[in-house]
Design a protein around this ligand. Structure first.
Ligand code: BG6
Length: 484
């Protein structure tokens, strides 16, 4: 495979919240890797802005440490690190006051793309937008990048959209969902719309059901304050899993262009039926094997927040009516695995009679780790003994098929930041999409809050609560085992 790094024009990127966790763990190491790969032009500048009274030199030291900690040794080249640090500047800024804003404006080079990454709590988004405007920085070349959580419910997302819209046009606002930057998530579209093989079968007539799993081994220790107010529904389902569902369920957009893709995703969200209370299972991890329980992690004796969720969703459209989408995600599960499994219906008639080995075809798209696709097909078991059927996988790991460079793909943040610089919004959420997603999750959350439901306990290292299995069993189906 040939590596194609497309250089971008010189730009100024401002990172608000420059000393925070996301900036030092993901954004800056990601930018360094793009620089190492030769994608960042010489004149580009990266300006850190935060409350701490640092200067350029002390922020560079901090970023050097972040690179040492978060970049693999094979990419830690002293000359590349020195070149990257040279691009960095720092402006102490008062997000809610006046300090630092003039200084920041003076550092921006006129005529270039100016991207402002709001790597701060959502409470500051409005302040930053208003001050960029007030100091004349929201010109035609200006873009803002907004992190999740984008609101807490529909009303707060609407308010946030209105605040940002007061200072910026929609084409300047990049709402990040880092799942859209994952290579295999983009591959979902390539697989669907770049092949003739799958699309004719991609509907309720041929697909029995779809499973989307995002399993994590980590708990919530360290971010309990945020997580306990969110839970798995707000933290993972409303955004990441909803985006995966959209990409699987949407109609072919007329082009791989921002509004064409986002229009189709929006139609899917609007076509989602309300989730029935009996179609949802919430879980909370217990203590075991030396790990603290969820309640210990969030330091609350009686939290009702879920760290696991499984639900059945229906998309009421011509394409999908009758094909359920089963979603599950959770913390402290057996393994870190994200995958989408599409189970096709059985052939209408088996000419082989009742056969043990005959199974439904299944297409499994593995998002992480070990990205790849697997298609399970039925063949004849080799050898004598009559026509005995057996299921075999056509298994393709992208790393094996495409060589070592497939392992060297930019991570989600790297890809998305470069898209901001290029001005490509295809992999970013539009304001109406986010609001529609909340409109679907809000009543579900309101219903369990009104009932005061206690999530089902589950053991760390398991596949979640037993009741989640029942969600599938009662439909005569079962979850795929989450394997390491
Ligand atoms: C974040 C959530 O958006 O995504 C986290 O807030 C979660 O709770 C993370 O752990 C998962 O992302 P990834 O890329 O590790 O699958």
């Amino acid at each position: 495979m040939v590596s194609r790094v497309i250089p971008v024009d010189p730009f100024d990127l401002v990172i608000f919240g420059a000393t925070g966790d996301l900036a030092t763990r993901k954004i800056l190491p990601g930018l360094y890797r793009r620089d190492w790969a030769g994608q960042i032009p010489e004149q580009a500048q990266i300006i850190g802005a935060a409350r701490s009274p640092l200067d350029d030199a002390s922020w560079r030291d901090m970023v050097r440490a972040a690179i040492e900690e978060n970049v693999t040794p094979d990419k830690r080249d002293p000359a590349a690190i020195a070149r990257f640090l040279d691009r960095l500047g720092y402006v102490p800024i008062d997000a809610r006051g006046t300090g630092g804003w003039e200084d920041l404006a003076a550092r921006l080079v006129p005529g270039r793309v100016h991207a402002h990454y709001f790597s701060v709590g959502p409470g500051l988004f409005g302040d930053l937008a208003q001050r960029l405007h007030a100091h004349g920085m929201n010109d035609a070349t200006c873009r803002i990048v907004v992190e999740k959580p984008f609101g807490h419910d529909r009303a707060s997302a609407q308010a946030l959209n209105a605040t940002l819209a007061a200072h910026f046009d929609e084409h300047q606002i990049y709402r990040i969902d880092h799942y859209l930057g994952k290579e295999t998530v983009q591959n979902l579209m390539a697989i669907r719309f770049g092949n003739m093989l799958f699309e004719p079968l991609w509907n309720a007539q041929y697909v029995d059901h779809i499973q989307i799993t995002v399993a994590e081994t980590v708990g919530v220790a360290g971010r309990g304050g945020y997580y306990d107010k969110s839970g798995a529904m707000r933290d993972m389902v409303q955004n990441h899993m909803m985006q995966l569902l959209c990409l699987i369920a949407m109609e072919p957009p007329y082009a791989f262009e921002p509004d064409a893709v986002r229009d189709e995703k929006l139609k899917v969200i609007r076509a989602l039926d309300p989730v029935r209370p009996g179609d949802i299972v919430r879980g909370q991890y217990d203590a075991a094997n030396g790990h603290a329980s969820y309640l210990e992690d969030v330091e609350s004796a009686n939290s009702l927040t879920e760290s696991f969720i499984a639900l059945k969703a229906h998309v009421s459209s011509w394409r999908w009516k009758g094909t359920p989408f089963y979603l599950r995600t959770g913390k402290r599960l057996r393994t870190r695995t994200s995958e989408i499994a599409i189970t096709f219906k059985d052939p209408p008639h088996s000419i082989f009679g009742e056969q043990e080995g005959q199974r439904s075809n299944m297409l499994v798209i593995r998002l992480q780790p070990n990205e790849g696709i697997k298609l399970k097909v039925t063949i004849k078991e080799p050898g004598p003994g009559g026509m005995r059927l057996v299921e075999v996988p056509l298994d393709m790991s992208f790393a094996e098929a495409l060589g070592p460079e497939a392992e060297d793909i930019p991570d989600a943040y790297e890809r998305l930041i470069m898209d901001v610089i290029r001005g490509n919004q295809t992999l970013f959420m539009r304001g109406d999409e986010v609001e529609a997603a909340w409109a679907w999750t809000d009543p579900v959350i309101a219903a369990w809050e009104a009932r005061g439901d206690r999530p089902h306990p589950y053991d760390p290292g398991s596949s979640g609560p037993e009741d989640a299995l029942m969600l599938m069993h009662r439909d005569g189906r079962r979850w795929r085992e989450v394997k390491p």
